[in-house]
Design a protein around this ligand. Structure first.
Ligand SMILES: Nc1ncnc2c1ncn2[C@@H]1O[C@H](COP(=O)(O)OP(=O)(O)OP(=O)(O)O)[C@@H](O)[C@H]1O
Ligand SMILES: [Mg+2]
Length: 234
């Protein structure tokens, strides 16, 4: 199975006044194509920091981060400049956050098409399929700010998966949704990611959401512990 991410001996801390707060303390992990992982842990344990490091928004203090490149090889990111990071994000990465982060002046279709256009992709039959499965077909011309939270998060998912990324990073994707909308979003997210063989690393505080993922990792005192593997929903 193709490996899409490896972290070896990753350390990351932040200065807190005079003190130094070690957030990630020797994190080692691998993610493979199609694998789905729920990342849990107390507030402040470093879950978002870990996702930010994998997305290149934060640089680790030490350790080795390797990511899949456009030729599907693993590449050491240490020498990457802004250009390589942006190529990786456009081609291989999708992100979904708690706040939907849509482009509010645009309608649904343009939100998805804009993200595709960054890597010179055109609207494809996969985009039609995504919109159909996410219940967005009738909403394509609507401005995103006129949509409900659940609808906006479904647009964010369509945008994140439109280019069939190797890796999807999701940070509490159902955090702003009620339970019913949250479960619906989780079910769609996992089904569509499976169709595109996308690996998911998802931060969640919700036990019910975590149950959609195959593997469970818990971040505690700077380190990851695998708690169990088996998804309740497949
Ligand atoms: N850019 C930054 N500068 C300084 N401190 C930071 C920065 N980013 C994160 N931290 C600190 O690192 C620690 C981990 O933060 P992080 O946001 O990764 O936690 P989290 O596990 O995602 O928490 P939550 O569940 O509340 O979202 C916190 O103590 C936070 O204050
Ligand atoms: Mg967080």
């Amino acid at each position: 199975m193709q490996t899409v991410v490896t972290l070896e001996n990753i350390h990351k801390g932040f200065k807190d006044g005079e003190a130094f707060h070690q957030v990630l303390n020797d994190v080692n992990l691998q993610l493979h194509q199609g694998q789905t992982v729920a990342l849990t842990g107390p507030s402040g344990s470093g879950k978002s920091t870990l996702l930010n490091i994998i997305a290149g928004f934060e640089i680790p203090d030490s350790g080795k981060l390797q990511l899949v490149n456009s030729r599907a090889d693993l590449t050491d990111t240490q020498q990457w400049q802004d250009k390589q990071w942006s190529v990786f994000r456009r081609r291989a990465l999708g992100v979904v956050f708690q706040q939907f982060n849509l482009l509010t002046p645009l309608n649904v279709k343009d939100n998805i098409a804009f993200s595709l256009s960054l890597d010179n992709h055109k609207w494809s039959s996969w985009c039609d399929e995504l919109c159909q499965q996410l219940g967005l077909t009738a909403l394509l011309n609507r401005h995103v700010e006129s949509l409900s939270g659940g609808q906006q998060q479904r647009v964010a998912i369509a945008r994140a998966l439109a280019h069939k990324p190797a890796l999807l990073l999701a940070d509490e994707p159902t955090g702003n949704l009620d339970e019913q909308a949250g479960m619906q979003v989780m079910s769609l997210l996992t089904r569509l990611a499976k169709q595109s063989n996308t690996c998911i690393l998802m931060v969640t505080h919700s036990e019910q959401c975590a149950e959609f993922m195959q593997t469970r990792w818990h971040l505690q005192q700077g380190q990851i512990v695998e708690t169990h593997s088996t998804a309740k929903h497949q």
